[in-house]
Structure formats: C-alpha cells, structure tokens
Design a binder for this molecule. Structure first.
Ligand code: 9YT
Length: 131
C-alpha cells in the first residue's frame, strides 16, 4: 500500500513548476500502478496550450474557475468545482484560468516526473514500457 500526503510532496522534485501551473505528483510511473495522479494548481489570468499526444488525461476540478477550448472546433467548456473533462481523443486545447484552479489529474500512461509542456503543449512519450 502506498500512503502519502500533499504536505510530503510540496517543494520536493515531485512538485513540478511551470510558468502557468504547478503539479504535485502524488503517484508517478516509479510507483508502478500504471497511471499517475496529480494535484495541480493553475494560476489565474493564464492561458496554456496543451496537447497530450501520448497520454490520456482526466481532469476533475475541485476549486476555481476556467475554460477549456478545443482548438479543432472552437468549442468552449466551462470548468468549475465538480466538473470533469477527459481528453480521451488526445484533443489539443487551450486551458484558461479565471479563478485559481485546483485540479485532480490522472494520466495514462503514468508520467515519469518532471514533465513540462514543449512548445506544442506536448509531454514526451515514455521511452520504455511500464513495469
Ligand atoms: C490540466 C493540465 O493538464 N494542466 C497542466 C499540468 C498537468 N495537469 C500536470 O502535469 O499535472
């Protein structure tokens, strides 16, 4: 059994910081459960281009307010506490934050840790199969 707390992760290497967000990575690939689980904060007033070409991400909002815009269609979804969105089609999108968002995010396959978006909003694919 794995038991850990957010407090144990803050300001460690599992607390990954980018310009528009920070991601506290509670479970990673090295934990061997085939998904990763993150407690993510998105900073207000930001817009982030995201395109998880190699991953499926599920995002459950527990605090704040924002929008997701699908770039292929222009479709806009409001994000508020209690809203889930899942990028089951690897949708390229813009994530806008109007009120500091706290999001619980699950990635499959699991992130290895340290990933931040490249210029296309992509996280790299893991190089070896999961354990
Ligand atoms: C919603 C989203 O994808 N935000 C970017 C950070 C990501 N959730 C992560 O790496 O935890």
């Amino acid at each position: 059994m794995i038991v850990r707390t957010l407090e144990e992760i803050i300001n460690t290497p599992r607390d990954t910081k980018a310009q528009n967000w920070c991601s506290r990575r509670l479970l990673l690939r090295e934990d061997g459960v085939n998904f990763s689980l993150h407690d993510t904060i998105i900073y207000p007033g930001t817009e982030t281009l995201i395109w998880y070409r190699h991953h499926i991400e599920a995002v459950y909002c527990i605090e704040g307010e924002g929008q997701v815009e699908e770039t292929a269609t222009g479709k806009v979804h409001t994000i508020r506490p209690g809203t889930l969105y899942t990028l089951d089609g690897h949708e390229r999108h813009l994530l806008r934050c109007t009120k500091r968002l706290r999001l619980i995010c699950v990635f499959s396959p699991a992130l290895t840790g340290g990933e931040v978006h490249d210029e296309n909003g992509v996280y790299p694919a893991a190089t070896a199969p999961e354990a």
